[in-house]
Unconditional design. Structure first.
Length: 188
């Protein structure tokens, strides 16, 4: 009887020691395990249609714009790199910093007040596949244009020599799904 108890208790101690060892390996990360496979809801962002450019608007001289460049991604130095390209092209960049609103999940978003929409749409020549939105943090008469580089930004800014070739006075085509700027400002 004593021998049987010793065998059972010894076996339990060995199993418990093994479980403790495996637990420590998992806890320290030395032994990776798969998660339980629970589904997590994907983050969805509400679609905001772009504002329409002013009626009969034409592109402006890009050198006359006051531009902010913001990094809305986790890529270090992104805003500074784009600032360098823009200043090499003769544009005025007053701010190159992380975006105050955190992370932007997208390519490039160009933001301006209602007064800066022609400038914002002019900046879309420099950043292919960018979107324009109303910046509700600016006064409606502020012509400042902000460029937000998102986590999907693929370094698509035109080179400085090509930016210098862009002219002003070209008609700005309204996007198909745009809304009146006053409506876009209320939605933003």
């Amino acid at each position: 009887m004593m021998r049987r108890q010793t065998t059972v208790i010894g076996s339990l101690v060995v199993v418990m020691a093994g479980l403790v060892a495996v637990s420590l390996l998992v806890w320290t990360g030395a032994l990776p395990i798969k998660g339980p496979g629970f589904a997590q809801a994907e983050e969805t962002v509400a679609y905001t249609p772009p504002p329409c450019p002013p009626e009969g608007a034409t592109t402006v001289d890009l050198a006359s714009l006051t531009i902010n460049v913001y990094n809305g991604s986790e890529t270090v130095g992104l805003a500074s790199n784009v600032e360098e390209v823009l200043t090499d092209a003769g544009l005025t960049v007053v701010t190159a910093a992380d975006w105050p609103q955190g992370e932007y999940k997208g390519n490039v978003q160009i933001m301006a007040s209602e007064a800066g929409l022609a400038g914002a749409y002019s900046m879309t020549q420099i950043f292919p596949d960018s979107t324009v939105q109303i910046d509700t943090t600016l006064e409606p008469a502020d012509p400042t244009v902000s460029v937000v580089l998102g986590d999907e930004y693929a370094h698509t800014v035109l080179p400085a020599d090509e930016i210098q070739l862009l002219g002003s006075g070209q008609a700005i085509a309204a996007p198909d799904n745009c809304v009146a700027a006053s409506s876009a400002a209320k939605e933003g």
